[in-house]
Design a binder for this molecule. Structure first.
Ligand SMILES: Nc1ncnc2c1ncn2[C@@H]1O[C@H](COP(=O)(O)OP(=O)(O)OP(=O)(O)O)[C@@H](O)[C@H]1O
Length: 338
């Protein structure tokens, strides 16, 4: 059995380069305390799935080490596999079999049999609102039902650590909210450790007690969602310009805006200028005045409380949406990252 005071998941300096030279992990480090929900947040291609593959013994790192439920993933992969449940991005359910038969088969694979298996299957069908659909083939299930079955499949053998790889990708908003509620309940009720990967800022904010932001194969910052947002002093003020600025225009404005009282950080991002200000609403008139004096036409100005998007911008030096779509980095000019 694992030592309960030890971290549920610990990864040290994981490096993984795929054939063709793509460095998917570049020294990734994480520590997940038992009984918590930990969110690995990052844009597409950041390395989240590769990290999960290594932690669930499906891939080997080039270097580095990791333990899950107290077992070394390289030395004791069999012990790790018994201690974990894995819900991969693509459903592992057999579409031709019924929901109940899928759960029964999964249970048998893990050595659960007889009355204990029947009880566990009924319990999971009930819990994931699949009792009525239990005798229907999975191919007729909605996306939300399939996803709920996937999570149930990962739980049949009562794992210590559950890996959820992008649990709500592809779900409609209603099914996503239902899944969030279910993951929240799982974490609270069963004392299970959950490591989830996501590229939804809102999902990490809502579900994870601790979040690690992954960018280009390494962790750029870790903390509770609130502590990460709290590091960003004050509000974000976003000003949309009528046209994007050239390099010289940016440098000029960086001086003009960065010098305003209470303004800490100026980030140019295409036709958008974002600043951090102690009191966003109070800073808007001075900002607009400075932009007008510089001859820059403004379309809109908005004030926002700090979000994980702002945290990402600060640590990765580009907007989250841009990293997702793979466009050029934003330019952090003043009071930039770290
Ligand atoms: N089998 C593979 N062969 C070559 N390159 C790969 C392979 N798997 C992943 N990669 C590359 O490694 C990098 C990290 O991919 P990974 O799937 O771990 O990221 P991710 O954060 O999980 O992204 P996504 O959300 O799209 O799954 C990407 O550049 C990806 O193209």
């Amino acid at each position: 059995m694992s030592n309960t005071s030890a971290p549920a998941v610990e990864a040290r300096r994981l490096v993984k380069t795929y054939p063709g030279g793509v460095t998917a992990l570049n020294g990734l480090e994480i520590t997940v305390e038992p009984g918590t929900v930990f969110g690995l947040l990052g844009p597409n291609g950041a390395g989240k799935s590769t990290a999960v593959k290594i932690l669930t013994t499906l891939a080997r790192p080039d270097s580095g080490s990791a333990t899950v439920a107290g077992h070394d993933v390289l030395r004791h992969p069999d012990r790790v596999r018994r201690a974990i449940g894995v819900v991969a991005q693509n459903s592992g359910a057999d579409p031709v079999a019924t929901g109940r038969d899928n759960l029964r088969l999964q249970g048998r694979l893990y050595g659960v049999r007889g009355a204990a298996l029947d009880r566990r299957v009924d319990e999971l069908l009930e819990r994931f609102a699949l009792s009525e659909a239990a005798r229907r083939p999975v191919k007729g299930y909605s996306g939300g039902m399939r996803r709920r079955l996937d999570v149930a499949l990962g739980l049949v053998h009562r794992p210590e650590v559950l890996f959820l790889d992008e649990p709500t990708t592809g779900l409609d908003p209603e099914a996503r909210t239902a899944m969030w509620d279910e993951i929240g309940r799982l974490a609270g009720e069963e004392g299970l450790t959950i490591l989830l990967t996501t590229h939804y800022l809102e999902e990490a904010d809502r579900l994870a007690e601790r979040v690690a932001i992954v960018d280009r194969g390494r962790i750029v910052v870790t903390g509770t969602p609130d502590s990460l947002k709290g590091e960003l002093r004050g509000d974000a003020v976003h000003v949309e310009l009528r046209t994007a600025l050239g390099e010289s225009g940016r440098v000029l404005l960086e001086g003009a805006l960065g010098g305003l009282p209470g303004v800490h950080e100026v980030v140019f991002d295409g036709p958008r200028v974002s600043v951090r200000a102690e009191d966003g609403a109070a800073a808007v008139p001075a900002l607009l005045g400075a932009l007008e004096r510089a001859g820059v036409a403004v379309a809109t100005a908005t004030v926002a409380r700090p979000s994980l998007d702002d945290v990402y911008l600060r640590y990765a030096g580009r907007r989250y949406a841009e990293a997702e779509s793979g466009t050029a980095d934003a330019l952090v000019l003043a009071g930039g990252a770290r």
